[in-house]
Design a protein around this ligand. Structure first.
Ligand code: ADP
Ligand code: MG
Length: 227
């Protein structure tokens, strides 16, 4: 059974003057432990596809199965639990609380998961060690560099020991050297811990490092291949 199965997914945005078909009947499967790049030009529907697959938004039609479970049938609480326990998120914009310390930001999903304060600290410190930022644990998040912020986001994404990491343009805002470091951390998680990696990118070099690429254009899959 695939860890993710997307069936006939369509998304029509209706908040503009005309309805806009951002995704058109997209289907694919992802196996546990795979690294998959979702590639395509700006505006092709990559982020839309990722948001739907990560259960952050609802499709107009179609189905998303996680571990064989049809997610449309889940109640809001079950959906939140599934997201919190199974997924980790890394975005291009860092989405941290800038006034809070680094460790407080990393502990947030653990707090949501109901883990005790003492345990939260231990887990968050371990995650920060994994991205080599434990020395910054008590710095204010806003005082970090872009690359450090992205590593904090990775620490936060891995703190819950997720089965799947969704990364939307994770290196998009970073210089090459820092981007390489972030890539290395993500692929290490994939290789060493078997985390399924789904990376949205328009960077062909990054895409080529994944086991498989899903190319999208105008909301449709145009090719799906292995390197
Ligand atoms: P990508 O990530 O590949 O750049 P997106 O998935 O963000 O593309 O967007 C795909 C298309 O859907 C674009 O044309 C974009 O303008 C449109 N779109 C995205 N989000 C919305 C929204 N909330 N409302 C209306 N149109 C949207
Ligand atoms: Mg995008």
């Amino acid at each position: 059974m695939s860890i993710i199965e997307v069936k006939n997914l369509t998304k029509i945005y209706r908040d503009g003057s005309e309805p806009f078909r951002a995704l058109d009947n997209v289907s694919f499967q992802i196996e546990a432990g795979e690294s998959v790049a979702i590639v395509g030009k700006s505006g092709s529907g990559k982020s839309t596809l990722m948001h739907l697959t990560a259960l952050m938004d609802k499709p107009t039609s179609g189905e998303i199965l996680i571990d064989g479970r049809n997610t449309a049938k889940l109640k809001k609480r079950e959906l939140n639990k599934l997201r919190n326990q199974t997924f980790g998120f890394v975005f291009q914009q860092f989405f941290m609380n800038p006034k809070d310390s680094v460790i407080t930001n990393v502990m947030l999903p653990l707090k949501i998961a109901g883990i005790s304060s003492k345990k939260r600290k231990q887990i968050a410190m371990k995650a920060l060690q994994a991205v080599e930022l434990d020395d910054k644990a008590f710095s204010k998040a806003s005082n970090l560099s872009g690359g450090q912020k992205q590593r904090v986001c990775i620490a936060r994404a891995i703190a819950n020991n997720p089965k799947i990491i969704f990364a939307d343009e994770p290196t998009g805002n970073l210089d090459t050297k820092t981007g390489d470091k972030v890539e290395e951390i993500l692929f290490n998680l994939n290789k060493e811990r078997g985390v399924t990696l789904i990376i949205v990118t328009h960077d062909e070099t990054l895409a080529a490092k994944c086991d498989r690429q899903i190319h999208i254009q105008d909301g449709k899959i145009i090719s799906e291949g292995e390197v």
